[in-house]
Write a protein that binds this ligand. Structure first.
Ligand SMILES: [Zn+2]
Length: 237
């Protein structure tokens, strides 16, 4: 973050055409809003603004649940932008047969805007290779900048931690060299944990954290209602 801050100006997706040595600092929140808010606090502590793309059709978090919605609201309150992480495969949309793609995109944008009372100015595709969406490069759709749009792809160098490793270049190397005039950095909060772990172990960490929370939640509700928690072992109490 300090390297990026010293070498680039952090900008919003809406301002991607602005002149200057600019960086788009993007997070696709695929699995963990809990990790996302940790990153958001670090970034805002350094005076930086990122964009967090929220996935409504997620198998690992529910945007509407209290623990998650509160954290997404905190990310926005810290001054970061929220974007829409759109999963066309949920609807069965493909680039060949896009069906109601635009309508659903607008609907999910409106939903996020209503929940978090903030404007959603950008979207990114979740798993863009599925259904051929990696080939969709319209710069703007339904009032949102497409993070994979033609202009962005052409003008910005790209560095991503997809699947928990650097497939092309390490972010640190890219930032130390800083020879790209414009840089688009995509990281997934799930991968950014305090311990050294393999990607698979980081996924396990996330799943176990959620599992433990859900057990605690169940036990607390039973206790709060004064009911018997049948099957609760002493070591779990
Ligand atoms: Zn994704």
């Amino acid at each position: 973050l300090r390297l990026a801050r010293d070498r680039y100006t952090f900008i919003k997706f809406q301002d991607h055409a602005a002149p200057g040595k600019n960086i788009l600092w993007r997070h696709d929140v695929d699995m963990s809003v809990h990790r996302a808010v940790k990153l958001a606090r670090m970034e805002s502590g350094l005076g930086l603004r990122a964009t967090y793309f929220i996935l409504l059709h997620c198998e690992h978090y529910n945007t509407l649940e209290k623990e998650v919605a509160g954290r997404i609201a905190e990310i926005a309150a810290l001054g970061h932008e929220l974007g829409l992480h759109f999963d066309p495969s949920f609807y069965g949309f493909t680039l060949e047969s896009p069906g109601g793609f635009r309508e659903r995109l607008a609907w999910e944008k409106a939903l996020l805007e209503k929940i978090f009372q903030t404007k959603i100015d950008a979207f990114s595709f979740h798993n863009p290779e599925i259904g051929g969406w990696a080939g969709f490069d319209e710069p703007e759709v339904e009032g949102m900048v497409n993070a994979y749009g033609a202009g962005l792809r052409k003008n910005f160098a790209f560095c991503s931690d997809s699947n928990g490793y650097w497939r092309f270049q390490r972010l640190r190397d890219v930032l130390e060299r800083a020879d790209d005039e414009k840089l688009h950095v995509l990281t997934h909060p799930l991968w950014w944990v305090p311990e050294v772990l393999s990607p698979r172990e980081r996924v396990t960490r996330c799943i176990d954290g959620r599992r433990d929370f859900q057990h605690r939640f169940y036990d607390q509700i039973i206790a709060a209602n004064g009911r018997e928690n049948v099957g609760l072992r002493p070591d779990q109490a």
